[in-house]
Design a protein around this ligand. Sequence first.
Ligand code: BTN
Length: 241
Amino acid sequence: LARTVEVHAELGSTNDRARELLAIGAGLPALVVADRQTDGRGRGANRWWTADGALTFSIAVDAALRGLSPSRYGLISLATAVAISDAVRETTGLVAGVKWPNDVYLDGRKLAGVLIEAPLPGTLVVGVGINVRNRFDQAPAEVRARATSLVEYAEITRQSVLAAFLWAYDDRLRQIESGDASPIQAARFACVLTSRIVTLRVGELVTTGECVGVADDGALRLKSNGGVANFYAGTIEHIAE
Ligand code: BTN
């Protein structure tokens, strides 16, 4: 599953360490796990707020060698979120939803996030943060209202969630490589946005519409006045109640 494995007591960001490993030519895939992160990064300008007990790691992947072209990077995001949901189900029995493109939700609150970066052509760093044993009592109120952790539902260790994720991720990535549609079907089934009115931002372009599911190629489908349009990238800025 990994040729290089590093486990750190503390790191700024596991994504940054994985980028360094790519730069020095470490054997790939390379897995970097941190017990604590002091400067975790989220998508866009977001920070990833975590207290001790979160599972934070990154995997550096040789995407080109695995035959994954940049046009399929969106599918890798979706497959990563699906693999998190697989791991949560296997370890706790809980059914977590996928918020396209790559967040994982439980009971309307965020359980996990994914930050995918392409630091060098043909390579990817897949960064994953899963709230496993961290609690949000000390978090800012807005984080507390929007985030959740597995410890609120089940007695579970970070190691078992990581092991389950690595197997699930390996399966899901192989399925993407071979053109198997099951990760997309799983994402469609688990999509928490379906039938909701959502606002999506793609750079300067903002679109609001009813989510009518996930297309066969992994795109988010939004219905607005102009009909149904497929989106391949972007950030959900708002979900109407
Ligand atoms: C998001 O929800 O916006 C993405 C959050 C991604 C957080 C993970 S934690 C491990 C890895 N290292 C980082 O600095 N970020 C990702």
